[in-house]
Design a protein around this ligand. Structure first.
Ligand code: ADP
Ligand code: MG
Length: 479
């Protein structure tokens, strides 16, 4: 029997607000434990939560970017469970009435496009963090850091439309790109600002009914998401084929071993005793707010990619690389506007610039060469002032020293010799000094021209413009 995987993803994205979802505490990452807490996020009796407007705007922004309908009324609910990093004993989330529903996201795997449904987006607060002691003094102890408690999240739940680990990865990447483009989440998987749970089941090919799903957690990189899902698919198939049954449960991915292992049996929604939070009024979103947020939407990654291909006539591959971030895309467009050379600009940015930036793990935002610097180099090569080889040298020096291209070229005496009069003299000398090779040329061995070019380059220390000397040589030899 052949099996088909069915996958639905739940993604938690931490919103980039300065303060928490229901109180004014800072959301800054990495501070001393328990320094960003107050009675509200600590869940003291008698406190009242106040909803963060920015978080609502960000949630709406994401909803619009993935074509969801924004509910004009949504309701915050208490999701009850006990956990040491959840001091209130419940998490404020949204349940039957989330902020947005029924969206979709287009993905592409191996050139095949597919649309994945988005069931819902809801807002909720994050829990704190447990730190388990490992040192000689604190082994056996666990510590709780409540700085993250109450930080705003959106949870984006997909339809079970995904059919492979590759599709899951493509979906996650597309979602993360959008969040980053919108500037509402930093997408950092290692720090947990972008986390994913994968629901995985398998069914016989052709079957209509879904199989029982396992929920996978603890995958903090794209690579681990793929590994965990692939492992889980095979585990379920092997289990069914050997007569076993998949049970609904939560499984943790162990990245060291590359396997998933059972963590706990999966609770059902009714176990949480969801109930509307009496401390919070229903959230009413006006049409004005929705259109206001809509007007702040930037061009999204897919639209930008497609526009780059049509507007600049560059390959889809280039467009993909150049639109990886809004900053890089903006940088590229700046260079093109100054040079009028879309493909050359793309080559320089994808080749030299990204190579230098990646070497240091530096972001284009902190690039020592401004777009006008890249444009200068391209213009100098085009104008024949420097050769392509010199240009790379100059470019690297611009990157290291932040000096202007023209200054470096001048200081190094790198200027290419393109002057025909000047070069004609040198050509003449070299030709006259090598009568045997001239004879060979005349006898039809035209490849001796390479010898002459080499000699001229030697004589000019590589500064002669190859185009010009080729032309002059031909004229001279054929004369
Ligand atoms: P829960 O809180 O139980 O995890 P959610 O509604 O938040 O429930 O998420 C359920 C996720 O599981 C959705 O992404 C949905 O598409 C996916 N899902 C539901 N049934 C299956 C199934 N049989 N196989 C794989 N994924 C499924
Ligand atoms: Mg779940």
């Amino acid at each position: 029997m052949k099996f088909e995987p069915v996958i639905g993803l739940e993604v938690h994205a931490q919103l980039l607000t300065d303060s928490k979802l229901f109180c004014g505490c800072s959301t800054k990452f990495g501070s001393e434990p328990n320094t960003q807490v107050d009675p509200i996020c600590l869940g003291m009796p008698g406190v009242l939560p106040v909803l963060n407007r920015k978080a609502v705007e960000y949630a709406i922004k994401m909803a619009l970017a993935v074509e969801c309908e924004v509910n004009r009324k949504s309701v915050f609910a208490r999701k009850n469970y006990f956990y040491p990093d959840l001091p209130k004993g419940y998490q404020i989330s949204q349940y039957t009435e989330p902020i947005a529903e029924r969206g979709c996201l287009e993905i592409e795997v191996d050139g095949v496009k597919k649309t994945i449904g988005i069931t819902r987006i809801h807002m909720e607060e994050d829990a704190g963090k447990l730190l388990h002691g490992e040192g000689p003094e604190d082994a056996g102890f666990s510590f709780v850091d409540l700085n993250r408690t109450g930080v705003p999240l959106i949870e984006i739940v997909s339809e079970p439309d995904i059919r492979s680990a590759d599709e899951a990865q493509a979906y996650l990447k597309a979602l993360r790109d959008i969040l980053i483009y919108l500037g509402i989440c930093n997408g950092n998987m290692e720090e947990g600002s972008f986390r994913c749970d994968a629901n995985v089941s398998v069914r016989p090919v052709g079957a209509e009914k879904f199989g029982t799903r396992a929920e996978l957690k603890n995958m903090n990189s794209f690579k681990f998401v793929k590994e965990a899902i692939d492992y889980e698919i095979q585990r379920q198939i092997d289990l069914i084929e050997s007569g076993g049954k998949v049970v609904q449960e939560t499984r943790l991915f162990d990245s060291a071993k590359g396997i998933t292992a059972s963590m706990r049996s999966k609770e059902e929604a009714h176990d949480y005793r969801y109930l509307p939070d009496p401390d919070l009024l229903p959230l009413m979103v006006s049409d004005e707010l929705v259109s206001e947020v809509r007007s702040t939407l930037p061009e999204l990654p897919r639209a930008k990619r497609e526009r780059f291909v049509t507007e600049y006539a560059i390959p889809a591959y280039d467009a993909g690389v150049l639109t990886a971030s809004r900053d890089l895309a903006g940088y590229y467009e700046q260079v093109v506007s100054e040079t009028g050379e879309p493909k050359l600009s793309s080559n320089w940015i994808m080749g030299e610039l990204l190579r230098l930036l990646n070497e240091e793990g530096r972001d284009v935002k902190d690039c020592p060469i401004p777009p006008s610097g890249v444009a200068d180099i391209i213009k100098m090569v085009k104008g024949g002032q420097i050769s392509g080889k010199m240009a790379k040298e100059v470019f690297e020096e611009m990157y290291r020293t932040k000096k202007a291209a023209a200054d470096i070229v001048k200081a190094k005496g790198l200027t290419q010799i393109s002057d025909e009069g000047e070069l004609a003299k040198i050509v003449e000398e070299i030709v006259n000094a090598n009568p045997d090779n001239v004879a060979k040329f005349k006898a039809g061995k035209t490849n001796v021209i390479g010898f002459f070019v080499g000699e001229i380059m030697k004589a000019t220390k590589g500064k002669a413009n190859p185009g010009v000397i080729n032309k002059l040589l031909k004229e001279k030899l054929e004369a």
